[in-house]
Design a protein. Structure first.
Lengths: 293, 204
């Protein structure tokens, strides 16, 4: 199987371990990812606040490129995958599609509305399936207590074609269970971390992220599993700032679900970028009997 | 916050002071179904940032309906919205409240209304500038541009930049920070798209 890959702007930088582990996991699941040529920023959590047509036209340029390759597109970024999906859904209205193409005029690209995007979680669940993933697990992560954290964009705003419940998603849970972990039930799976306010209203982001980290810690989890690089930047990248602001020791590793899945599939921690998470993952790895580099 | 909320609830709102066409402007700017709100308050109940808002999302929706523009644009609510879309997901009337908030932001940005939260416009404008120039986000320049737009005070600027220095260094050490922008080949496309949209808006 071959899919167009849209990493999104942050994946080659602050989300590097997400990019690395995604590519490794897809390789192990026999899906070839072809990074699309000359992709641009999808507009993220910003463009739709500036102009609602711009928020459809920016992803549409990428979809138009993928259409030339004839490949469906996947992205590890929930925000990117939402806007890629949203552009396709909006383009089912011919008048919107016309506007999108008017916006693309002069770029030599046009969008037919055929190809959309999906998040890698959705692709693994729907194109591979939990059972197939389970068959490939060689190193079950037995005894590891994991808190699944979904954040917003993976399920909100709701899509026309629903992939998981917006209030109680379970798709990542099922993959983590296939990887052999013990899930810790909690009520903040989809509570916002405030990541989009990281610069413009930092104190709100610190509070919302603190609420999540603090609860996860109190429930005795070994780590938090995420699926969004913006959430990680908040929960992992800002964890030390939060410890200082709230005068509270948290020290809980925050890892991407692809890193955990990768370990279960027998991929080395180095290849999964487990040395790149800001809160160290050494103890976590040792606890499941994996030596660090 | 409480003072402002009380003010609204105890005030006499004269319809002659309202701009009842404003709701259509908001819908046009992307605030789908804004006219369908029946003020149940589900949006406010689930809003993670409501604790620090001048007006709750429900109150903003009512003010949109009545066209009480000055209160909306003088409040911090639209800039404090984290865009988590819980309100939109739960609205029993199908109102896309988070997109109403976005539409209000776009109206404020287009008209250059002075914001109650200077960080808001500074963030949106610097982000758009960076992606217009490179086609992609370049985090170090985005941080710099944002801080330059937010404050003209050199001490505040230095403080803001230094504050994030430890995280930046850690990112760099772990190979997660690039020092030169990752530019796309057809950078002109971003400018063309934005110019096309600007023309379409002007024609409309």
């Amino acid at each position: 199987m071959k899919l167009a890959y849209y990493p999104g702007c942050v994946l080659p930088t602050s989300g590097k371990e997400f990019d690395m582990s995604t590519r490794e996991v897809f390789k192990a699941l026999d899906i070839e990812l072809v990074e699309i040529d000359d992709w641009n920023c999808c507009g993220a959590t910003v463009a739709y606040n500036v102009d609602d047509l711009l928020a459809l036209a920016l992803p549409a340029r990428n979809l138009a490129i993928a259409e030339k390759e004839g490949l469906e597109m996947v992205s590890p970024c929930p925000t990117c995958s939402y806007w890629l999906t949203r552009s396709k859904e909006a383009a089912s209205d011919p008048s919107v599609l016309e506007k999108i193409n008017k916006a693309l005029e002069g770029t030599g690209l046009s969008y037919s509305g055929e190809i959309g995007g999906e998040h890698i979680l959705e692709a693994i669940i729907n194109r591979v399936g939990v059972e197939k993933v389970k068959e490939k697990v060689v190193n079950p992560l037995t005894g590891l207590k994991v808190i699944p954290y979904y954040g917003c964009y993976i399920v909100r705003p709701p899509r026309k074609k629903r992939f998981d419940s917006p209030e109680n998603p379970t798709s990542m849970d099922s993959l983590l269970e296939a990887a052999g972990v013990t899930l810790v039930p909690w009520n903040m799976k989809t509570k916002c971390c405030g990541g989009s306010l990281m610069l413009s209203k930092e104190e709100v982001m610190l509070k919302l992220t603190h609420d999540i980290l603090s609860r996860a810690k109190s429930l005795g989890a070994d780590c938090i599993a995420t699926l969004c690089q913006q959430c990680n930047l908040a929960l992992d990248g800002k964890q030390r700032d939060i410890e200082k602001v709230y005068n509270e020791k948290i020290d809980i590793p925050v890892v991407y679900f692809t890193q955990l899945l990768g370990l279960a599939l027998g991929i080395s921690p180095k290849k999964l970028g487990l040395d790149k998470n800001i809160v160290g993952t050494e103890k976590l790895l040792q606890s499941i009997g994996i030596a660090t580099i | 916050m409480l003072n402002q909320v009380r003010l609204l609830e105890t005030e006499v709102i004269r319809l002659k002071d309202c701009d009842l066409n404003f709701v259509n402007e908001v819908i046009e700017a992307g605030g789908k179904n804004a006219q369908l709100c029946f003020s149940c308050g589900t949006c406010s109940g689930g809003c993670p940032a409501v604790y620090t808002m001048d007006y709750t999302p429900r109150q903003i929706m009512r003010m949109v309906e009545l066209g009480i523009k000055d209160k909306i644009f003088k409040s911090n609510t639209i800039w404090v919205c984290a865009g988590c879309h819980s309100c939109t997901t739960r609205c029993p009337r199908g109102v896309e409240i988070s997109k109403v908030m976005a539409a209000l932001k776009s109206i404020a940005l287009r008209n250059g209304y002075p914001p109650r939260e200077p960080g808001g416009p500074a963030w949106y404008n610097s982000f758009m500038e960076v992606i217009r120039n490179y086609g992609r986000v370049f985090e170090p320049e985005l941080m710099l541009k944002y801080n330059l737009k937010k404050t003209k005070n050199p001490i505040e600027l230095a403080k803001a930049l230094l504050k994030d220095a430890p995280m930046g260094l850690e990112m760099f050490r772990k190979g997660k920070l690039i020092l030169l922008p990752d530019k796309i080949k057809h950078r002109e496309h971003l400018k063309i798209i934005q110019e096309n949209i600007r023309k379409m808006r002007a024609e409309a």
